[in-house]
Design a protein. Sequence first.
Length: 398
Amino acid sequence: ALYERLNLRNAICIQPLSSEYISWYLDDVGKPLQGLKQLLQRDKELEKFARTPLIFSVMTVAYQDYSLETLLKEMSVKEKRYEKLFDNYIKRMFQRKIETQKYWQYSKLQTKKWLIWLAQQMKRNSIEVFLIEKIQPSWLINKPPRLLSQKEAAVCMGLAAVFYFGIMSSGINGGVLMLGLIFGLIGWLISRLYDSLFEEVKIVETLHWSQQEAQKYCLSCLKNFFYLGFILECIILIYNIYSNEPHPFFIPLINALSVGLFLGIFWGIYGGFIGGNRELEIDHKNKKPNQGIFISSQKALIFGIITGLIGGIISYSSSFNIIIGLFFGITGSLFAGGSAVVKHGILRFILWKKHYIPWNYAHFFDYATERIFMYKVGGGYIFIHRMLMKHFANKKLD
């Protein structure tokens, strides 16, 4: 595996192979590659292509024991010669015996399908080094359709609740309307959570303070909790009106402002603190596959415990101190990377159920490396050659 990043423009320069070296090597191997030697002597374009060291290595593997006649027949269609080359290479790699016997459960069909899907995503997203933790929701080929917006979902669920409970209670009253508003809020929350599953997954490896992010989250919390306080007071107002206990409108309005501002200021400060700790992007210098997820999980757990204890201490005298502490802990954990871990897990599960990836991705990549389809680069993986990646990407995903 390659653990150190090199400045390739200054570190190394791979020179093309000379015709003399290619000829010498083929002569040295002898009979198994005589057909390839004769083909390269006839086809100067193919010989020029073979001067790339890795491509020449692929050729020597793919065309062992091929006669000149067989090669000429195989290379007769010029547009498909490179496709044939990599098809033969893949075939040879599957025939190759590997020392490690723990990979027997991966069939040729499974391996090809998973590599095709991976190559298509890497090509579409211009990815050079693949990191397991960088899988994104946009990689879902058949993304579930979005039927309703967040507001539409809230309205529909609220109206459905009013209609249902209105029939069950033989009429619409304050309790029914209150249930409608509550179910509307639940509908909005579910819709928001659904949308968040398809947002970019950002893994947290290192937390650092960002004043800009803190201000953004603080203002967001102020706005959202003011709206929430106002909605809760509207629910109380409607209930009071329909329960024959009406109050002047300005009283619930003042209550709405006070409750909203109190919640907004409190959660604005809290949200600004935990929201200001933003993540640094991960790098393939990590030495272990999926290391970013493990680090993110640790950060989320530690931060969740700290914020949970703070919430429990603040509400120590309250009978709901355990619930408040748990709420603080879960919120802090989600902000500190827990949400990314949860989304990553859900995304991996969906892709596994759709048969696009194996259950144990790191184990599979070890197998693909053993078969010399890929190389390990730190905590990531690359195809042995970009042309092999394009070859897989151009295949149909059955």
